[in-house]
Design a protein around this ligand. Structure first.
Ligand code: EPZ
Length: 452
């Protein structure tokens, strides 16, 4: 689609990137460290925190609004820099995006572009999730390779192979993806080598309005996939098997906009539970879905915590001294989620005994171990295995967020440590945790952001 004079340049009422988000994005890109988080450790967390909408559901949902004609109102949308980046991409494409607080309304009718500029691609690595929807909606897509991130190479071969099977012609040249489809995409049978979350999402977005039936074998089964399928179905898609290893999509001509509420963030929930456990506290989560973390809760119980679930309330009461968690192996859902590995590692640093982690999903997801060691943790990393010997106490220190969940691990460690911790590179945290400091302060933590 030619980049005609596009209507995207209007303000549309959606708050421009907030100053904080802009400065975060600027810092992130330029490596400037504008703010640090000062944490005074040694205080038990006690009280209740609310769980926000899930980042990893909101991002594909926002991409999916491209396919639905009209205005989709997405509620319970977390206010995060990754969401702001997605909104910027939607507005660049010509969509009218309005809303405030946890609501984002996307009118995709004015869509008039099919390119995502490098700067916007760089703001958020998971921008690749726009690929399938853009090709399906406009017949083309032009964007740079998302590139790697702190967790490793982050290849997209499964995405590209599947979209090619659906009939997209994709040229990879000079770090860019130039994609075209002659007419509607064509449904087909796709077997994924690995149950990739992003690849499953891109296939669902591309197949929903394709001609004919698409089956996805070895599909990702994460709750975020179920959420995306629920929204697409509301818009008129015909999808069967969401949340199972085999999903069938019967392509329809057109999808119509629909309101949708984002599911609760299961990784935010685990992060707060780990903070409560590491500080010997008593914490209640409101608005969580315990079913989504059913394979994580046993680790807290093995560590000596009492966990109680009542509807969408989840309560944890921790012992004065945690016990080790013998073995944590990250797996595709419903196995132990890779995003929970770092927060739980921080918790086990101050547990009695040896905890063993095996990271089976990403090839480089132990960067936080080095920063935890600066705080006195005893961790040995050998390839995909990390062995944590619990110590009596961690000591506050100046440390740096290495990535989103690694940053969360350092917050947890700082809360449990003796003394003061100063945490830098907070733009990582702001990608995935809304109101983290306020929530922790509300349950007794002593931490605050200061300008460096
Ligand atoms: C999603 O990433 C999440 N991000 C990640 O959360 C999460 O850790 C991951 O799923 C696994 O659950 C979002 O939803 C925005 P994958 P995604 O494709 O889709 C390999 C967080 O902290 N792979 O399931 O990128 C890949 O290298 C983030 O919130 C290929 O080899 O994950 C990795 O080793 C981090 N080829 C593994 O599969 C491909 O084409 C899992 O990747 C695609 C993936």
């Amino acid at each position: 689609m030619q980049a005609r004079e596009c209507c995207a340049d209007r303000t549309d009422g959606f708050p421009q990137k907030t100053a904080a988000v802009s400065s975060i994005l600027l810092c992130g890109e330029m490596g400037l460290k504008m703010e640090i988080l000062k944490i005074e450790g040694g205080r038990r967390l006690e009280g209740a925190v609310g769980i926000h909408g899930a980042k990893n559901s909101a991002l594909p949902l926002l991409a999916a609004t491209l396919l639905a004609r009209g205005t989709s109102e997405i509620t319970n949308c977390p206010q995060l820099s990754d969401v702001a980046a997605s909104v910027n991409i939607l507005r660049h494409l010509g969509c009218r995006v309005t809303g405030s607080g946890g609501t984002v309304a996307v009118d995709s009718l004015p869509l008039c572009r099919s390119d995502v500029p490098d700067g916007l691609m760089r703001e958020m690595r998971s921008s690749i999730i726009f690929l399938g929807a853009l090709i399906a909606r406009t017949g083309e897509a032009h964007m740079s390779f998302p590139g790697g991130c702190e967790l490793g190479a982050r290849p997209i071969d499964l995405h590209l192979a599947a979209l090619r099977q659906l009939g997209a012609e994709i040229r990879e040249e000079r770090g860019r993806l130039e994609c075209r489809a002659a007419g509607r995409l064509k449904g087909t049978a796709i077997a994924l080598d690995f149950p990739s979350v992003g690849a499953t999402e891109n296939i669902l977005l591309a197949a929903s309005t394709a001609e004919g039936e698409t089956t996805i074998l070895n599909a990702a089964r994460e709750p975020e996939i179920v959420d995306l399928c629920a929204y697409l179905t509301r818009c008129g898609a015909k999808i069967h098997g969401a949340g199972e290893g085999a999903i069938t999509v019967e392509g329809v001509e057109r999808l119509n906009a629909s309101p949708f509420r984002v599911m609760p963030d299961r990784i935010e929930a685990v992060t707060y539970l780990a903070a409560g456990a590491a500080t010997g506290g008593r914490l209640t989560l409101r608005g969580a879905d315990p079913r989504h973390i059913a394979t994580v809760l046993p680790a807290f119980e093995e560590a000596g915590c009492t966990v109680r679930c009542a509807g969408d309330e989840l309560s944890l009461s921790a012992p004065q001294r945690l016990r080790r968690v013998r073995s944590v192996r990250t797996m595709p859902y419903p196995g132990f989620p890779t995003d929970a590995q770092a927060p739980l590692m921080a918790m086990t640093c101050v547990a009695d005994g040896t905890s063993v982690f095996v990271e089976n999903i990403f090839e480089n997801r132990y960067k936080h171990a080095g920063e935890l060691i600066r705080m006195g943790a005893n961790i040995k990393v050998e390839g995909r295995v990390a062995v944590v010997e619990g110590v009596r106490a961690l000591s506050g220190a100046p440390v740096e967020c290495t990535d989103l969940r690694g940053g969360a691990a350092l917050v947890i460690a700082g809360l449990a440590a003796e003394g003061s911790t100063s945490l830098r590179s907070l733009h990582h945290l702001d990608r995935g945790y809304e109101g983290l400091e306020d929530a922790l302060q509300s349950v007794g933590a002593s931490l605050h952001r200061i300008k460096e």
